[in-house]
Design a protein around this ligand. Structure first.
Ligand code: CP
Ligand code: NVA
Length: 306
């Protein structure tokens, strides 16, 4: 597999092997023993939306492998406006060794992948955020060891982050329960793709139902990038879908809290819970670097995911 676009594109065994590899590479890196396997390789980073973690982790990761990054905003290249996506893909595919893209339209990333001769990585679209999901489950594996049979409660919007994480969890045998207001569930045709997986997928409008028996309680912003105009309405609708001490009392005693960040304290999570679970939440953020460095290495230096 040349690209990393969707969790659904990979077998459970490939996904677990990538996570285990990232955990091993992280240990080597922290011991100063990870080889620089991408000398003189360049990674084009196309970002139509803001980013802290994703940009810094890809830029830092490729440098740690001996290569370099070229950061391109929409103002620089006007993807699909200044020139067609398929032309950008073919130019970057000839000049760079890989393309990382964060776009509004999911189709744009898929089109980059189909026209570029080089690997393309989805760095978040309106539809999905697979690198985030991989770093999240990597953190769960580091915390709990075997994650099969564990329940993850996702309290908040049925959005891009929820979609990728749901797919990954159930493929790897975890139960994924989404609690969201009516109308914000993951769509039925997506949910139907999860029924054959070893883990159980469920959706409820009651956060307490999702949190019961959960080992991981997860949230994301109520207002994703591009939804700023809906902010006031969303904040009102999602009240009651907050991770706070009352909700955590419903989860397992040893439950951890995860957040993909950025966090909006007082909305989807209280400051108290953020600070109490800071060790897990910032390990999760750090794992974006470790997972993506491994992913870049596998795609750019090893010919893709096998
Ligand atoms: N979680 C995440 O993707 O963060 P950024 O938007 O800052 O990259
Ligand atoms: N759902 C959020 C994730 C941010 C990392 C967004 O798309 O803005």
């Amino acid at each position: 597999m040349k690209d990393f676009i969707e969790i659904a594109d990979f077998f459970d065994t490939q996904l677990l092997a990538l996570i285990q590899r990232a955990i091993g590479d992280k240990k080597l890196f922290l011991a100063g023993q990870l080889p620089a396997t991408c000398p003189r390789k360049t990674l084009a980073l196309i970002f139509e939306k803001p980013s802290l973690r994703t940009r810094v982790s890809f830029e830092t990761g490729i440098v740690q492998l001996g290569g370099a990054a070229v950061y391109l905003t929409d103002a620089d290249i006007g993807l699909g406006k200044r020139e067609p996506v398929k032309d950008v893909a073919r130019v970057l595919g000839r000049m760079c060794d890989g393309i990382v893209a964060r776009t509004f339209s999911h189709q744009a990333v898929a089109e980059l992948a189909s026209y570029s001769e080089r690997p393309v990585i989805n760095a978040l679209t309106d539809y999905s955020h697979p690198c985030q999901a991989m770093a999240d489950v990597m953190t769960a594996v580091e915390t709990f060891g075997d994650v099969r049979g564990l329940k993850l409660a996702f309290v908040g919007d049925g959005n891009n982050v929820a979609r990728s994480l749901a797919m990954l969890c159930v493929k790897l045998g975890m139960d994924f329960a989404l609690a969201c207001p009516k109308g914000y569930e993951l769509e039925a045709d997506f949910a139907s793709k999860l029924t054959d997986c070893p883990g159980r997928f469920s959706q409820t409008n009651d956060p307490a139902v999702a949190a019961a028996g959960a080992s991981v309680v997860y949230t994301d912003t109520w207002v994703s990038m591009g939804q700023e105009k809906e902010a006031a309405e969303r904040v009102a609708t999602f009240k009651g879908f907050q991770i706070n001490a009352d909700l955590m009392a419903k989860a397992n005693k040893n439950a951890v809290v995860m957040h993909c960040l950025p966090a909006y304290r007082g909305n989807e999570i209280t400051d108290e819970i953020m600070e109490r679970h800071a060790a897990t939440i910032f390990a999760e953020a750090e794992n974006r670097l470790h997972f993506q460095r491994t992913l870049v290495n596998v795609l750019l230096a090893e010919g893709g995911v096998r």
